[in-house]
Write a protein that binds this ligand. Structure first.
Ligand SMILES: Cc1ncc(C[n+]2csc(CCOP(=O)(O)OP(=O)(O)O)c2C)c(N)n1
Ligand SMILES: [Mg+2]
Length: 384
C-alpha cells in the first residue's frame, strides 16, 4: 500500500460486514498489523473506557471523555509507530495510551485529579494529554523541527529516522493553532503526521458546521498530502498511518489523515448528547462498530492462519475482567493529592493574590469536611 495508491475514499480493507473488500488486500510484511493483537487491544481498551465511565458515575473520577466507537482509529494509529517516534495526544486517546503500555490506573489518576500529568512522557515518547484544543499540533511541529535539526530524517537508518504523530479532532481543525501548524509543517517539510479523528462532533457542533469540504481536502490548500480512511477499519487505518509515518521519516514531509469514525457516547460524562443529536444516528454507527468488524472477520474462514475461535474470545473476556478489577482497585487506591499543590507550584514565590486564592480554596474544601478530598469534583481543563 502506498498513500498514492488509494483507490476508494474513505479507504478501507474490511467492509462493515467484516469481509475483505473485493478491491483490497490485507497488508503483508513486517509492518503489517497483527490482527489478533489488534482485536485484543481494542477490546481491552474498550473495557478501560467502560470501567472509567462507571467509576465516574460512582464519584471516583471527576470527568471522563469516552472514546467508545473510536477504538479502530486509535489502535490502528497507536500500533504503527516505532520506538523512536513521538506522539502528541488529545484527551480522548485512551486506546493509544493502552497500546503504548501506559498503566491505565495512571490515566485514571488524571481524571481523578490526583495528578497533573499521569505518566513520564520521556519513558515512551508519549506526551501528556492536551485539553487545550489544537495546542498539541504546534508542540508536534516544534518537536518535528527539532528532529530535522538533529539530522534524524532521511538517513535511511531504520533505528534513527523519526517522525511525530499528532492526534486532533474534527473541531480542532477550526482552531488557529492547527492551521498554523499545517502552514509551518508544509513550509519546512516536517516529519509530522496529523491524525484527525473525525468523530462527527465537537461537543454539540457537527462537522458540517466546521467545514464545507471533507476535512482531508483542507490539506491541499496548505500543500500537504491529505488522505481519508475508514477509522472504524483498524486494518486500513494502521496501513495508512504506517505509510504516512514512513514517508515522514524518509524526508517526504507531512500528511493529514482524516479517519472517519464516531463518538458514540456523550462528549464527556458531563454532557447530554441527546440534547443535540438523536438515537438513530448512534444506531447507524453502532452497526459500523470497529470491534465487531474485525472479530467477524477473524472468526471467518477467510482469516486463514489468524482465525480465532470462541475459546480465544472467552480468554480475552477473562483478561478484560481481570483488568477491570485491577482498575477499580487501583483507582480507589490512588493517593489523595495535597489541595495546595496547584498554588504552591504555579509561581516560584507566592503572590498575595495566589495566597488569597489558596486560602479560599482550602476554606471551600473544609466546607466539604464529611466528603473525602478525592471525591470533591475537580475542574480539569475546559473539556466539559
Ligand atoms: C482552546 C479551547 N477552546 C475550547 C475548549 C472547549 N472544548 C473542549 S472539547 C471541545 C470540542 C473538541 O472537538 P474535537 O476537536 O472534534 O474533539 P473531540 O472532543 O470530538 O474528540 C471544545 C470546544 C478547549 N478545551 N480548548
Ligand atoms: Mg470531534
Amino acid at each position: 500500500m502506498s498513500l498514492t495508491a488509494i483507490a476508494n475514499s474513505p479507504w478501507s480493507v474490511l467492509n462493515a460486514a467484516g469481509e475483505l473488500r473485493n478491491d483490497a488486500a490485507l497488508p503483508e510484511g513486517e509492518s503489517a498489523l497483527e490482527l489478533r493483537a489488534a482485536l485484543r487491544n481494542m477490546m481491552l481498551a474498550r473495557r478501560i473506557d467502560t470501567e472509567a465511565i462507571a467509576l465516574q458515575r460512582q464519584g471516583e473520577l471527576g470527568l471522563w471523555p469516552s472514546m467508545l466507537g473510536q477504538e479502530g482509529a486509535q489502535v490502528g494509529a497507536g500500533t504503527a509507530l516505532r520506538p523512536q517516534d513521538v506522539v502528541f495526544p488529545t484527551y480522548r486517546e485512551h486506546a493509544v495510551t493502552w497500546c503504548f503500555g501506559v498503566d491505565p490506573v495512571q490515566l485514571l489518576g488524571l481524571f481523578r485529579g490526583t495528578t497533573m500529568g499521569g505518566w513520564d512522557p520521556h519513558e515512551r515518547n508519549f506526551n501528556l494529554y492536551t485539553l487545550v484544543i489544537a495546542a498539541q499540533t504546534l508542540h508536534a511541529v516544534g518537536y518535528a523541527m527539532g528532529i530535522v535539526r538533529d539530522g534524524d530524517v532521511g538517513t535511511g537508518i531504520p533505528e534513527r529516522d523519526r517522525a511525530v504523530l499528532v492526534f486532533l479532532g474534527d473541531g480542532a481543525l477550526s482552531q488557529g493553532e492547527a492551521n498554523e501548524a499545517f502552514v509551518w509543517a508544509a513550509a519546512q517539510n516536517l516529519p509530522v503526521v496529523f491524525f484527525c479523528q473525525n468523530n462527527q462532533w465537537a461537543i454539540s457542533t457537527p462537522v458540517s458546521t466546521q467545514s464545507r469540504v471533507p476535512l482531508y481536502q483542507r490539506a491541499q490548500g496548505f500543500g500537504i498530502e491529505g488522505v481519508q480512511v475508514d477509522g472504524n477499519d483498524v486494518v486500513a487505518t494502521h496501513a495508512i498511518v504506517e505509510d504516512a509515518l514512513s514517508k515522514a521519516r524518509s524526508g517526504g514531509g507531512p500528511t493529514l489523515i482524516e479517519a472517519i469514525t464516531y463518538r458514540r457516547n456523550p462528549h464527556t460524562t458531563s454532557d447530554d448528547d441527546l440534547r443535540y443529536r438523536d438515537e438513530t444516528e448512534n444506531a447507524h454507527w453502532t452497526a459500523l462498530d470497529p470491534i465487531d468488524r474485525l472479530r467477524t472477520y477473524l472468526l471467518s474462514d477467510e482469516a486463514g492462519e489468524a482465525q480465532i475461535d470462541e475459546t480465544f474470545l472467552a480468554e480475552l473476556e477473562a483478561e478484560a475482567e481481570e483488568l477491570a478489577v485491577k482498575l477499580r482497585a487501583g483507582c480507589r487506591a490512588l493517593p489523595t493529592p495535597n489541595p495546595e499543590d496547584p498554588f504552591l507550584h504555579t509561581l516560584e514565590t507566592m503572590t498575595p493574590e495566589l495566597a488569597a486564592q489558596r486560602a479560599a480554596h482550602l476554606a471551600d474544601i473544609a466546607a466539604y469536611e464529611d466528603v473525602p478530598t478525592a471525591k470533591i469534583p475537580t475542574t480539569i481543563g475546559g473539556a466539559q
